[in-house]
Design a protein around this ligand. Structure first.
Ligand SMILES: [Fe+2]
Length: 282
């Protein structure tokens, strides 16, 4: 069992008291040990240029930021692997892990990219599979339309986002719903056939052999479905919206929590958030 922890629990920021699902949420920030670790890398590994690589077997989203572990001393490499082992245990069952103060010194927008790239390499090393973690770059966009509730249902199961360049208004809220609430909503709508409801449940609970994002998204949101309006209303009732500030973020199990976002005002930059996905689905 690893003794070095990446996170420690912390109090929720006062400004989020009203908008969060109370149960199953936990606020975290970097542990003192991890901050010390990052500080010790500021004059060495974190000054290295982060590379972009294509990871075989991750099509259609193969690109990841990358730093090799050989930029670290043996001691630092051993510590990083311990931190990664701790990270791999998060989130626990059904938890919505929320973060604050993640871009305060020694972390900032540039360093967290390098830190995520190093954690990605450490997770890949631990899990013995290049596909087991990705630190995907975010494309910039001049206009954002938001993204309805969905599960990624891609290769990895954990989704960790830390927001950075966010607008200073109330747009671009993150949306969350538990799998339990989704399946309840689906079962409550008579227009949804039993086999379709079972298929939705299977996508979120059973092993899936391939990228299944489209299959779930179409069932939930295609306007040609005869249950479209009823489901839209049911989903709206159970959705929580959280407008994260810079330095805040979340970590979820993609099969247990659906996620989405409302539209962002103005353009979206490649530093809107930093993202690490990891843990191969089974
Ligand atoms: Fe997503």
């Amino acid at each position: 069992m690893s003794s070095l922890r990446v996170f420690k629990t912390t109090d929720p920021p006062g400004w989020h008291c009203e908008d969060l699902p109370g149960r199953s949420t936990r606020w975290l920030t970097w542990s003192s040990a991890f901050r010390d670790f990052v500080s010790s890398l500021c004059k060495s590994a974190l000054r290295r240029r982060v590379l972009l690589i294509d990871v075989r077997g991750c099509s259609p989203y193969p690109t990841s930021y990358y730093l090799p572990l050989d930029v670290l001393s043996n001691l630092h490499r051993a510590k990083l692997l311990e931190f990664a082992a701790h990270l791999h245990r998060f989130p626990g069952q059904s938890e919505l892990c929320l973060f604050r103060d993640m871009l305060t010194p020694p972390l900032d927008g540039g360093r967290i990219r390098a830190v995520f790239a190093l954690l990605r390499t450490a997770l890949v090393t631990l899990l013995g599979d290049e596909r087991a973690a990705l630190c995907s770059p975010l494309p910039s966009a001049r206009k954002d339309l938001g993204f309805r509730l969905h599960a990624d249902l891609f290769l990895t199961t954990r989704l960790w986002l830390i927001f950075d360049d966010v607008p200073d208004d109330n747009t671009g809220a993150s949306l969350f719903m538990t799998r339990r609430d989704l399946l309840k909503a689906v079962r409550s709508i008579r227009a949804i056939p039993e086999d379709t409801a079972c298929f939705v449940a299977a996508l979120l609970t059973k092993p899936i052999a391939r990228d299944s994002f489209d299959r779930l998204y179409r069932l939930l949101h295609c306007s040609r479905n005869r249950w479209h309006e009823a489901l839209r209303t049911a989903l709206r009732e159970k959705t929580s919206a959280v407008r994260f500030r810079s330095g805040e973020g979340y970590l979820i199990d993609d099969r247990r929590w659906l996620h989405g976002r409302t539209a962002v005002s103005g353009k979206v930059t490649s530093k809107r958030f930093h993202r690490l996905t990891y843990g191969l689905r089974s």
